[in-house]
Design a protein around this ligand. Structure first.
Ligand SMILES: C[S@@+](CC[C@H](N)C(=O)[O-])C[C@H]1O[C@@H](n2cnc3c(N)ncnc32)[C@H](O)[C@@H]1O
Length: 498
């Protein structure tokens, strides 16, 4: 059956330009990935007739992969399949594929195609909170590759699901939340989605809903996203997520990973304690792929306080240079201050050599654009994928720029300061630097966040040792006068992570 769908999908792809499909959030799953997703379900207890949902079905490849597996597992089970699809151009292909499957198993497969919006068609009342409707449709299994489409906050689907929307919504997580709602208790869904929801403030409400109403049982990671969709060249990192609608937290989550979607033979498997995967107040989802990474999470979780709990905070640089041309200068002079860019962070220190940017200076006239010249730890907000470290930081010493009362920071750096704006003492500054410059924190941050950006909210949520210990770490760094990662690793392990 799958071969038939693959051929039909190929024909459809030949006719339909990618630009057109992109606008609809339409990317098709490869046959290998579809099979892998279907294999993730636990079908041991299936009896009678099971109901299956495929929201945003496209050409139906996921439905057919599921049917193929189910039909091969037992010979007496029946299926009632529901597909939602809104694209009139793909609908004929979907219907013909489902008809083909039904002809293969005439007495065992029933299907319906709902040619309507998966989310909005679930209620006539747009003011209603859709995740609380009475008598929603409930299914035994959901399998999906939802549309990836950012929508406005006032998009009807976002307005109808206030419980999971906080900031900029994307249809993919609205679909996932709705599908969890559409699952029967103790039933499973398998979704292929971007990795972005696992951290970040915009997804917090979604994570809260997903991880309260459901529990993660398995996550599959692809080393490179563009391979997941074969020819589709989608650049976001992606994952397959298996969630059970349940209150009961499993002891472990199975984390699997593979390099390519064409060959799931090279798969690695790791069982990770549930609390190492889902942790912290913001319910971040950590994705370790080795025993070493599990150890990193456990070590960091020794502490329960964060930088803000200890009176410290990572903040974002203030000057958005392309909006502030009028205030920027090429040369130093009267009432002109140094402006720091990420290029100035080097070898654990902050310098003010020519950055290669046009403007390395800023006038001192606008208080909102400048900050006091005092102790900080600067950190690059953006690093390149191929760079060895994600967290790249340097100690900013006011004494190196003592002719200035104020300085400027471009918004492509983050800096650690005291929450109340008073000055961090020098030992604490070096202590914070040592933590951020350590292998432990760099690894932890990579496990948390797959992107190359360093997000200050996420850093502010990482558990850190208490303030007196951070200060002690700093004292030891100062005595050794060695800012290398090796030295930071040694000192933090002796003082705080024994
Ligand atoms: C990422 S594609 C995946 C297609 C298919 N499930 C697969 O795995 O190849 C998502 C599909 O959802 C459809 N879609 C977009 N918005 C929708 C909505 N609001 N309701 C139902 N389907 C939608 C798109 O037309 C597209 O075919």
């Amino acid at each position: 059956m799958l071969d038939h769908v693959v051929n039909q999908t190929k024909e459809f792809l030949e006719k339909m330009p990618k630009s057109k499909r992109k606008k609809k959030g339409q990317f098709f799953t490869s046959v290998e990935t579809a099979r892998f997703m279907a294999d993730m379900f636990d079908l041991d207890n299936c009896i009678g007739c099971v109901s299956v949902l495929d929201p945003g079905a496209g050409t139906g490849i996921l439905s057919i992969a599921f049917l193929e597996r189910l039909m091969s597992v037992t010979s007496d089970i029946k299926v009632s399949l529901t597909c939602y699809e809104t694209d009139p151009e793909v609908l004929p292909v979907l219907k013909s594929n489902l008809e083909y499957a039904q002809n293969e198993y005439p007495k065992r497969i029933e299907y319906r195609v709902i040619e309507d919006d998966y989310i909005l068609s679930q209620s006539n009342d747009f003011d209603e909170n859709l995740l609380a409707t009475d008598n929603p449709a409930k299914y035994d299994f959901v399998i999906a590759n939802p549309p990836y489409l950012r929508v406005m906050r006032d998009h009807p689907a976002a307005m109808a699901m206030p419980k999971v929307v906080h900031g900029a919504p994307n249809l993919y997580f609205l679909f996932a939340a709705m599908s969890l709602f559409n699952l029967k208790t103790e039933s499973e869904m398998v979704y292929i989605i971007p990795r972005s929801w696992t951290s970040g403030a915009y997804f917090k409400a979604f994570r809260e809903y997903l991880l309260t109403e459901g529990k993660i049982e398995q996550i599959h990671l692809f080393v490179s996203r563009d391979k997941v969709f074969n020819t589709e060249e989608v650049l976001q990192e992606t994952m397959i997520l298996k969630v059970r609608r349940s209150d009961r937290k499993p002891e472990e989550v199975l984390i699997t990973s593979s390099n390519s979607c064409n060959d799931f033979a090279d798969i690695t498997k790791l069982k990770v304690p549930y609390d190492a995967v889902v942790s912290g107040e913001d319910l971040y989802v950590y994705l370790p792929t080795s025993d070493e990474e599990i150890e990193v999470i456990k070590k960091i979780n020794t502490y329960h306080t964060t930088l803000p709990d200890e009176g410290l905070k990572m903040k974002t640089g203030i000057v958005v240079d392309f909006r502030q041309w009028d205030e920027l200068r090429k040369e130093p002079g009267d009432h002109i201050l140094p402006l720091f860019y990420s290029q100035h962070i080097r070898d654990g220190r902050v310098n003010h050599q020519p950055s290669g940017k046009e403007f390395d200076w800023i006038i001192d006239e606008k208080p909102g654009l400048i900050q006091k010249n005092k102790n900080y730890v600067f950190i690059k907000r953006f690093t390149a994928k191929e760079e060895r470290r994600r967290l790249q930081c340097g100690v900013y010493s006011p004494a190196d720029f003592k002719e200035y009362k104020f300085i400027g920071t471009q918004n492509k750096i983050n800096f650690v300061d005291r929450v109340d704006g008073s000055e961090m003492d020098t030992q604490t500054t070096y202590g914070v630097y040592a933590l951020l410059n350590s292998t432990l924190f760099d690894m932890y941050y990579r496990i948390l966040n797959g992107s190359t950006q360093v997000n200050s909210t996420e850093i502010n949520n990482i558990p850190v040792p208490p303030a007196n210990m951070i200060k002690k770490i700093g004292e030891r760094i100062l005595v050794t006068a060695d800012l290398s990662t090796d030295n930071c690793d040694r000192i933090i392990s002796e003082v705080a992570y024994v």
